[in-house]
Write a protein that binds this ligand. Structure first.
Ligand SMILES: [Zn+2]
Length: 423
């Protein structure tokens, strides 16, 4: 299922890889409707147990994140009864971030949302000087003036939503590789062949998948910040981050965002973050963003309305993280997508010829399960050689790539519904 999404936005990315370029000229795959691209959402309350996260004047990050995560999960459960909501924790419990990522991967999540609060260090101001005595290297007494500081809370406030930094791309690909069966949503022999992870073709596919997840994560991060802005919050933007604690973003084999709800270090925001109204509002914003994101993936909007707004540049951060390049945003539209996956499958047409080959022919030596279909056309027999039976379009496109690598330059994907060819 995930590969549908790859195609969906992969085609928008810039068609970096041959098989996508070629897939685009392949026959149309049907109406632009995605079948349940989101079946499981993982909600992660940051920190927990002995790990308090950031602390304010009267509260700890771990408690706010848990409250908001539970409220968000409840809203999502109500909004999408057919989506499974998985929590990395529902109590004040400590888990290593690796464990949290593992929970998300084991749940085969289609989306990972991590909830955190920000903090900024107190601001030190020089309010005067005092003279202090010290001894130099030769033990002689000396004096010098040193500033007297007064600290006050940092006024920084507002929300930020993070996605993984592109410098962690290799780590994200690695997570996808380690969860490859999950990624491909199938365990067929064809998939096993395709997922030979020493194979450079597989690496290209995983990187393509990762790029699609990056675009999807970026899109959701912008939607989350948009909803915060609509609610009157100060949005500090969607950003990439490459710091400790962000491991969950690249260790999860799915699109993932990390939402910083606000600054616990700001007294005004600390109150808001702890208030019941504030928590409902924040959970509501994130839930609405997920709804918009989900609808876009499901293709309920026209391509025009799916396109991320290019005039929405990603804010620079303090400290400045890697800037999210708006050029990497791409309309998640224009790609083929499939209808009901339960009844749809995909095959790769390798070749049409008058010649007859058996499935054992050396021509097909790297492609198992090639079948021949014979048609009569103008008194001649025309043979079509069709390979595989793939449950997802993604697998089929990966197979298509492999077929072309094996010399079938004109191969393309066929879509079947209930055993009938539909394109
Ligand atoms: Zn945190």
């Amino acid at each position: 299922m995930r590969w549908k999404r790859v195609l969906f936005s992969g085609l928008g990315i810039g068609l970096l890889y041959t098989f996508f370029i070629q897939a685009k000229i392949a026959p149309d795959y049907g109406p632009p409707v995605q079948d349940k691209p989101i079946r499981t959402i993982v909600v992660d309350a940051g920190h927990g147990g002995s790990d308090h996260g950031a602390t304010g004047k009267f509260s700890s990050e771990k408690d706010i994140t848990l409250d908001v995560a539970l409220k968000l999960g409840k809203l999502l459960e109500e909004m999408f009864p057919d989506v499974k909501i998985v929590y990395t924790r529902k109590t004040d419990r400590f888990d290593d971030v690796n464990r949290k990522a593992a929970i998300a991967n084991e749940a085969k999540g289609d989306l990972f949302i991590s909830i955190h609060c920000n903090a900024a260090p107190d601001i030190k101001r020089t309010v005067g000087y005092k003279t202090v005595t010290y001894r130099d290297k030769k033990k002689r007494k000396r004096t010098r003036k040193v500033p007297i500081y007064q600290s006050s809370p940092n006024p920084a406030k507002g929300t930020e939503t993070y996605i993984w930094a592109t410098s962690k791309n290799n780590a994200k690909s690695e997570s996808l590789r380690n969860n490859s069966v999950i990624v491909f949503d199938a365990n067929s022999e064809e998939t096993q062949q395709l997922m030979d992870t020493k194979d450079p073709e597989t690496i290209i596919m995983l990187n393509t998948l990762r790029n699609a997840f990056f675009d999807q994560s970026l899109r959701l991060s912008n939607l989350v910040e948009d909803e915060f802005t609509n609610a009157g919050r100060i949005s500090r933007g969607a950003r990439q981050r490459n710091e400790k604690g962000i491991l969950v973003l690249h260790a999860t084999a799915m699109p993932s965002v990390l939402v910083e709800l606000g600054f616990i270090s700001n007294p005004e925001e600390e109150k808001y973050l702890n208030s019941s109204e504030g928590q409902h509002e924040m959970a509501g914003c994130i839930a609405r963003a997920v709804k918009r994101y989900k609808e876009e993936l499901e293709g309920r909007h026209k391509p025009g309305s799916i396109a991320p707004r290019q005039e929405e540049p990603v804010q620079p951060a303090t400290p400045p993280p890697a800037r999210v390049n708006p050029a990497q945003e791409s309309p998640a539209a224009g790609g083929p997508s499939a209808a009901d996956a339960d009844k749809t499958d995909y095959r790769v047409q390798l070749l049409t010829t008058e010649k007859v080959y058996t499935s054992q022919s050396s021509l097909f030596k790297n492609l198992k399960g090639v079948e021949r279909e014979t048609l009569r056309q103008k008194g001649k027999s025309i043979n079509k050689y069709i390979w595989g039976n793939f449950r997802t379009e993604a697998e089929a496109n990966a197979a298509l790539y492999k077929a072309r690598k094996n010399g079938f330059k004109d191969a393309f994907v066929l879509t079947y519904r209930n055993g009938e060819r539909i394109d």
